[in-house]
Ligand binder design. Sequence first.
Ligand SMILES: NC(=O)c1ccc[n+]([C@@H]2O[C@H](COP(=O)([O-])OP(=O)(O)OC[C@H]3O[C@@H](n4cnc5c(N)ncnc54)[C@H](O)[C@@H]3O)[C@@H](O)[C@H]2O)c1
Length: 299
Amino acid sequence: MSDVRFDNRVAIVTGSGNGLGKTYALELAKRGAKVVVNDLGGSAFGGGSDKAAADVVVDEIKAAGGEAAANYDSVIDGDKIIQTAMDNFGRVDIVINNAGILRDKTFHKMTDEDWDLIYDVHVRGAYKVTHAAWPYMRENGYGRLIFTASAAGIYGNFGQTNYAMAKLGLHGMSQTLALEGRSKNIMVNTIAPIAGSRLTETVMPKKIVDALRPEFVMPLVLKLCDENSDETGGLFEVGAGFIAKVRWERTKGKCFSIKNNFTPEDINAAWDEITDFSESTHPANIADSNRDIMRNLKA
Ligand SMILES: NC(=O)c1ccc[n+]([C@@H]2O[C@H](COP(=O)([O-])OP(=O)(O)OC[C@H]3O[C@@H](n4cnc5c(N)ncnc54)[C@H](O)[C@@H]3O)[C@@H](O)[C@H]2O)c1
């Protein structure tokens, strides 16, 4: 197995002033990448800004002999972040959409501001950064993109309707970009990480936060950004040294004859069969998903 190297590659890591993003930026630079360290430097809840967050990481990379440039824009202005990469390094090869905040509240207490801010930073921000990078990647016939979801999005989590909406939305975006990017050698994957950071220190005991080092997430992210990796469209849960791929599972299901009307009572009678996972399948694309529907239409 050859070493995973990023020489002559230009990587943009959003929100890399702290936590997970910082570990990606430092290791990418150590392995030869020129890195744009983007960070707004605000609070974990989305207020304020501070250039120091990005500057500290850029200084650390440069002190170790690496190449890096700081960008202080919000991901909502994603085009400016990509412009920093073009101005400083003239290319875009890798984008890690990592910036994030929390506005946890139970749904009945959720305000429009809580909802919109989470959407803006996580979904619109990742869209704006990726949309600005995409033409360069297509032109170069090369790209590696990471989106950052969360177990909260995959499984739901009490008090996180806004965050869960955004995080699973990113996987939808990522899966579709994987389809659109494949022919141009643009590989797109999503991670659902768990790591100790200022986002998790509000909800986990300090001992666990300290033990869940972001460095345990970083190797998977770099593997997925490797030029030798052809993994695309994947969703991975990762943390504390555990790495697993997630896929959809569907029950065998039941086909009702559409020659006659079928009723809610018919569905009640067949409910055990509809929800029985003993003969489940794993649709991996729209064609798989539609096959039984089309077959029933023709029956
Ligand atoms: N830590 C976990 O266990 C965990 C779990 C699931 C998902 N995540 C996701 O991982 C990502 C990184 O989180 P972390 O735990 O390292 O948190 P963190 O707070 O340590 O780092 C996030 C960084 O993003 C920056 N940021 C926030 N809004 C920004 C904006 N609009 N533009 C640019 N930068 C911005 C912050 O300043 C911060 O430096 C986030 O997307 C988070 O939702 C983390």
